[in-house]
Ligand binder design. Structure first.
Ligand SMILES: Nc1nc2c(c(=O)[nH]1)N[C@H]1C(S)=C(S)[C@@H](COP(=O)(O)OP(=O)(O)OC[C@H]3O[C@@H](n4cnc5c(=O)[nH]c(N)nc54)[C@H](O)[C@@H]3O)O[C@H]1N2
Ligand SMILES: Nc1nc2c(c(=O)[nH]1)N[C@H]1C(S)=C(S)[C@@H](COP(=O)(O)OP(=O)(O)OC[C@H]3O[C@@H](n4cnc5c(=O)[nH]c(N)nc54)[C@H](O)[C@@H]3O)O[C@H]1N2
Ligand code: SF4
Ligand SMILES: [Mo]
Length: 794
């Protein structure tokens, strides 16, 4: 049985370029259970990151007793990482929510479903009658199933008519979607994971894949240990395992100061241009905006960029040469780019590098504007994030008409008079008192939103009715008026789509605990109790189970880029995952988009008319049409601008935040798995060796990190950060602390600011000061990277 705590990527299975990634099946079963003891294996895929590794759930006596990777799955070829093996199922101890809770005399008390739903529906109905749909906000997730999101989206858009619906995907992958809309005209991942098997160079932009997509990183390691290995370039201010692999491969580790990505990217684009590495045939035939781009990047010489980013100009030159001269380049982009003030601008430059060289739509030449959460792609596709379903354009009346016909409602019901409200604005409206009903599903904002002191104030407002729908009593649930107990993964059926468009079916393996219900059933129950109807007086929601919801969604996706019409539960059952589009033209799905160099930018087709990357100003439809994009991609440009908060005499460090391999977000699942909890029980603070020496801080000493908004105290880990940069993991709220103290969540420090285009908040740049509080009391607490791993027993 694999030990994925001390060896998070498992044994190597090296292979050569353009050969298939070998199979390696990983398995973990509860102590004392053998493979032959298992009653049933139930098909699913892991929901602890966007990789979406195919797995089978082991069931014995009606309980989950383990998981096994699916050898035939296109995503993982049998492998599972530490979270997949231990975090996906070991959370089912005694502290699940089993009955609804309602607030009485200030305290949450158990009740039955009728009482709880009646409270929700009465408040909802009263506010709709007295104030209207703008009183309602929905803050959902990247962790439900497609069927649940689509149902919620129809309820919100066609039933209530509120534009205030978004996912925590706003914190996660809003920039992925935005960058693809700006460059290609629509959301939709161009690349595929199989590009890892064929690339000559791999660029990771702000992506610590070694810890956050451990199975995908195994795939990279298997190329790095095989013949004709790719060169790796890592762009990350910390010396991560990815950064180390970059150096070992003969590639480059670029460690820019947080918040300077756009300067770095302009420098890379400029090098590609001035060294003659541009594929002019491709650029002329398939893109727009070349002259503007060249003019914008002109001042970004390696020396100028080096000064802004505090890097070596020769490193920039070497990285650009690798991009400019490799035959096949694969790029991945994630939170180091997305959670920043020029997030969309910088991510578009990655698209630009590929477009400039014509490296798109061919094996080994992929762009992966990554997702993070397992089902974030579905939040975006189905419109539960505020986009219109099926990548439709809110500003295109014909697209709104299509939905009105499909749902049989008046087009005026569907909010489209302005862009849908983004999550940060939903919270602002709640703070200002115009949103008075906030339904939070499958997310824990009291830990994960920026500037927690403010978030707690909003959640505690007297005039805000808060519904929380979760499997656990989270930090957020403590502020709720009604808590609805949800069935979780393995306890319900549904489909979801990973970061490379691969769709999986996840079957129900066991019954949920107590009276917990699937999110789908809860949303359906709400729609029924609210008596939501279409123009003919029939029930608005015409389905009553997951498969029915999937069939409805299939129709909604017909003819759009994310076409699911060729998929069905029957086809997905037993399959190894199928990437959309899947339709008459692509009956077995489609690995890569844009092989023909035709992009969905035609004004009748595109999902968005685009923005000014610097200001976020939207492009008028007429102006968009006048550019006659008609299938060509946009090379969008922007100057670098400094982050809104910069180091000062009072707050001399840049604080950035992120993840460890062992925990998922606010740890509601991974914190309940003994092995994962023991591997990383408490938060820590990473400092560079130089900064630690200057502060008189040694390994394990407790330090206080303070921003203008709040503070965190934790032991120091020395030596991985670059000078001037402090790193704090964001996983640690306070549900498992004795004293309910608040000084351990990274988001006590972060600020309420967002990228002008994607509206994604800036978790990666805040100014802080660091002071030593006390000497180390024991060995340093937590492994920032696996080579510090303590060997947890059993
Ligand atoms: N183990 C684990 N895996 C996960 C998750 C998890 O919680 N735990 N969550 C999943 C989800 S939802 C997501 S979104 C992904 C996130 O996956 P990642 O984006 O890989 O994770 P992060 O640690 O947030 O950030 C990545 C890196 O950005 C770097 N960085 C910080 N500031 C900057 C900057 O200004 N520029 C650049 N270039 N880099 C910077 C950080 O040092 C960090 O190493 O992971 C997914 N996978
Ligand atoms: N400082 C800082 N903050 C960050 C980030 C960062 O890098 N730095 N990253 C941001 C990113 S990328 C993300 S994705 C967010 C994540 O932030 P959150 O979404 O708040 O984190 P989770 O802990 O995953 O919360 C998901 C909740 O949904 C519940 N849940 C799981 N499955 C189901 C289900 O099927 N039904 C229901 N009803 N509930 C379910 C879980 O128990 C859990 O409470 O954090 C963001 N916040
Ligand atoms: S890489 Fe992601 S999807 Fe795969 S096993 Fe790990 S957490 Fe699960
Ligand atoms: Mo995320």
């Amino acid at each position: 049985m694999a030990d994925r705590i001390s060896d998070i990527w498992g044994t190597r299975t090296p292979h050569a370029r353009d050969t298939a990634w070998p199979v390696r099946v990983d398995l973990h079963l509860a102590e004392g259970v053998a493979e032959t003891d298992v009653d049933r294996w139930v098909q699913s895929a892991c929901v602890l990151c966007s990789n979406g590794c195919g797995c089978d759930i082991a069931v014995k006596d009606g309980r989950v007793v383990g998981v096994r990777g699916r050898a035939e799955d296109v995503v993982n070829h049998g492998r599972l990482g530490p979270k997949g093996l231990y975090g996906s199922w070991q959370w089912n101890g005694g502290d699940r929510l089993t009955r609804p809770l309602v607030r009485r005399d200030g305290a949450l008390v158990e009740t039955d479903w009728d009482t709880a739903m009646d409270l929700v529906v009465r408040r909802s109905r009263r506010l709709l009658d007295e104030v209207g749909p703008l009183s309602h906000g929905f803050y959902t997730s990247g962790q439900l199933f497609l069927e649940e999101y689509y149902t919620l989206a129809v309820i919100g858009k066609a039933g209530l008519g509120t534009p205030h619906m978004d996912g925590n995907t706003r914190l996660c992958t809003a920039t992925a979607a935005a960058a693809m809309k700006e460059s290609f005209g629509s959301d939709g991942q161009p690349g595929t994971y199989t590009d890892v098997d064929s690339c000559d160079a791999l660029f990771l932009f702000g992506h610590n894949m070694a810890e956050t997509q451990t199975v995908l990183w195994s795939r990279v390691l298997d190329r790095l240990h095989g013949p004709d290995r790719p060169l790796v370039v890592a762009v990350d201010p910390r010396r991560t395992k990815v950064a180390e692999a970059a150096v070992e491969s003969g590639g480059v580790h670029l460690a820019p100061l947080p918040g300077t990505n756009q300067a770095l990217m302009n420098g890379l684009v400029r090098e590609v241009v001035v060294n003659g590495w541009v594929n002019h045939d491709y650029v002329t035939a398939h893109t727009l905006g070349y002259a503007d781009l060249v003019a914008t990047v002109r001042p970004y010489t390696p020396e100028h960029v080096a000064e802004i980013c505090r890097i070596d100009p020769d490193d920039l030159r070497r990285a650009a040469r690798i991009f400019g001269t490799s035959e096949r380049v694969l790029s991945t982009v994630l939170q180091g780019f997305y959670q920043s003030h020029q997030a969309t601008a910088a991510s578009c430059q990655v698209n630009n590098l590929h477009l400039l060289r014509g490296l798109i739509g061919r094996p080994g030449c992929g762009v992966l504007q990554m997702n993070g959460q397992p089902t974030a792609q579905n939040t975006r596709e189905t419109g539960a994030d505020g986009d219109l379903p099926g990548f439709r354009n809110w500003d295109n009346p014909e697209h709104v008409e299509q939905l009105a016909r499909l749902w049989n409602v008046d087009p005026l019901t569907i909010p489209h008079w302005a862009p849908p409200t983004h999550a940060m604005q939903i919270w602002r409206y709640a703070e200002q008192g115009s949103i008075r009903f906030l339904w939070i599903s499958a997310t824990n904002p009291a830990v994960s939103l920026p500037e927690l002191p403010r978030v707690r104030e909003v959640l505690a407002r007297e005039d805000l009715f808060v519904v929380v729908q979760d499997g656990f009593r989270t930090e957020t649930a403590e502020y709720a008026d009604v808590v609805l107990p949800a069935a979780l993964w393995g306890e319900k059926q549904g489909t979801f789509t990973n970061a490379d468009r691969t769709v999986h079916l996840s079957e129900k393996a066991v019954e949920p605990p107590g009276e917990a219900r699937s999110d789908l059933d809860i949303f359906l129950d709400y729609a029924r109790r609210m008596d939501l109807r279409d123009l003919d007086g029939n029930p608005l929601i015409r389905w009553s189970d997951p498969e029915g919801a999937f069939e409805a969604w299939r129709e909604c996706s017909r003819g759009r880029l994310c076409d699911y019409t060729g998929l069905s539960y029957a086809k997905l059952a037993g399959s190894g995952g199928i990437p959309w589009p899947c339709d008459d033209e692509h009956p077995d799905g489609c690995d890569r988009l844009y092989a023909d160099g035709v992009f969905p930018t035609h004004p009748d087709v595109c999902e968005d008319y685009g923005h000014d990357l610097l200001t976020g100003a939207t492009t008028e439809p007429a102006r968009y049409q006048a550019q006659r994009p008609d299938g060509r991609a946009f090379l969008k440009a922007a100057e670098y601008s400094p982050p809104p908060e910069q180091p000062s005499a009072d707050y001399p460090f840049v604080c950035t935040t992120g993840r460890t391999a062992y925990h998922f977000h606010t740890r509601t699942k991974t914190g309940r798995s003994r092995r994962l909890r023991q591997a990383a029980p408490d938060p820590w603070v990473e400092l560079s060796a130089g900064d630690a020496a200057a502060l008189g801080v040694g390994e394990g000493d407790v330090v206080r990190v303070e921003s203008p908004r709040g503070r965190v105290e934790a032991p120091a880990r020395v030596g991985r950060s670059r000078d001037g940069v402090v790193f704090v993991p964001f996983h640690y709220g306070y549900w498992d602390t004795d004293d309910g103290r608040h000084e351990r969540a990274a988001n006590e420090l972060t600020l309420t600011e967002w990228d002008p285009v994607s509206k994604q908040p800036l978790f990666k740049v805040a100014a802080v000061r660091v002071t030593k509080v006390s000497d180390a009391t024991g060995p340093a607490p937590v492994p920032p990277t696996p080579d510090h791993t303590p060997h947890a027993e059993g």
